[in-house]
Design a protein around this ligand. Structure first.
Ligand code: SF4
Length: 341
């Protein structure tokens, strides 16, 4: 039997494991091997995932399972994404329990991140249904390699989606992620941009994919100039531990031209980045202020938009999905993350 969750379309007949090893054939159906098992449930701010233009300031319950359909040589999350069952600690939690934890910890929304949601799709859909009943917005972070069928389903359950566009050539994707063809990812980005709030993240590895910065910016702009683009300074791990860390100055220089193409480019994963705040594309004033202490995204410290999401300085309309939520002053974080997350 063929698994149709992602574009690998693995044949799982006769006990074959499939690329992600998360599904099996049973009674003429494709079923999850580990339904409702999670490595992570963790309350944090949405900007840390990152989402900068969706429900700014809100508290998010970040969840994730294990496994992946990619084998990125530089993966900073391989401890979870590439672990086999038994190698990483997991929690069995019903969808109702996940939503209850989100309520108890004062979260505004739930986001599947940490690893690829496609490899735990039925479990994720069950959470999405429970969340819908309790009126929790749902989001996810994905590598975008799902089939059109899965993309349609994801689009119908998620309000906001961060898609990782890891490079911009067949050669890069084949060599560094293992997938044979990256066109389905471009197709899915184009489709999801029509139906959902999307943000895009690109981990930049110096001398490996930084030559594609302008091409990626142009591709995003050709869909919608208002899509936020998170450029993540990747510190390679896993099979590429020997690679140098990208130079902040070098990458920033390359981003200068891209900033003329896209108004919302963010550059993070180093302490003190000045590229994590939002500036009005019309008058240039800082309208959402954030800081970065290393790691993904940033932390919001000041939100200056007017109630109708207009710039307070020039009145330009700023593309933000959902309402601003004043960060509540509970503990900064709560829950369990595996050390690799
Ligand atoms: S979700 Fe996993 S088993 Fe299914 S096609 Fe993708 S890699 Fe193969």
């Amino acid at each position: 039997m063929i698994c149709n969750y992602c574009e690998w379309r693995c044949d799982l007949g006769n006990g074959k494991p499939g690329i992600c090893q998360m599904y099996m054939e049973k009674d003429n159906r494709i079923v999850e091997k580990y339904p409702n098992y999670y490595t992570t449930y963790h309350a944090t701010h949405i900007e840390s995932l990152p989402f900068f233009h969706a429900y700014p300031g809100s508290r998010t319950l970040q969840i994730g399972s294990r496994g992946c359909n990619f084998d990125c040589h530089y993966c900073s999350n391989a401890y979870v994404a590439k672990s086999l069952p038994g190698e990483v600690y997991t929690f069995n939690m019903t969808p109702q329990r996940i939503v209850d934890v989100a309520k108890q910890t004062g979260c505004h929304n739930i986001v599947f991140s940490v690893n690829e949601p496609t490899v735990s799709f039925p479990s994720f859909l069950e959470i999405a249904e429970e969340a819908r009943i309790s009126e929790f917005p749902i989001g996810c972070m994905t590598n975008g390699y799902m089939t059109q069928e899965s993309t349609d389903i994801l689009s119908s359950v998620c309000e906001f989606i961060n898609i990782s566009l890891k490079g911009f050539s067949q050669e890069f994707y084949r060599k560094y992620t293992g997938i044979p063809d990256f066109k389905p990812i471009l197709r899915n980005i184009e489709k999801l941009a029509l139906t959902n709030h999307i943000e895009i993240t690109t981990p930049i590895i110096q001398d490996i994919n930084d030559d594609k910065i302008i091409e990626i910016a142009k591709f995003i702009a050709s869909i919608d100039r208002n899509i936020p683009w998170h450029v993540f300074r990747l510190l390679p791990e896993y099979k590429m531990e020997d690679k140098d860390y990208p130079s902040i100055q070098e990458i920033n220089k390359k981003l200068e031209d891209a900033r003329g193409i896209l108004p919302y480019i963010y550059f993070s994963n180093f302490i003190g980045s000045v590229w994590v705040s939002t500036h009005c594309p019309s008058c240039g004033q800082k309208i959402i202020e954030r800081f970065n202490l290393g790691g993904c995204g940033g932390k919001m410290v000041k939100y200056s938009l007017l109630e109708d999401k207009k710039c307070p300085y020039c009145g330009a309309q700023i593309e933000i999905h959902g309402e601003y939520t004043q960060w509540n002053s509970r503990d900064e974080s709560y829950g369990i993350r595996n050390p690799g997350c």
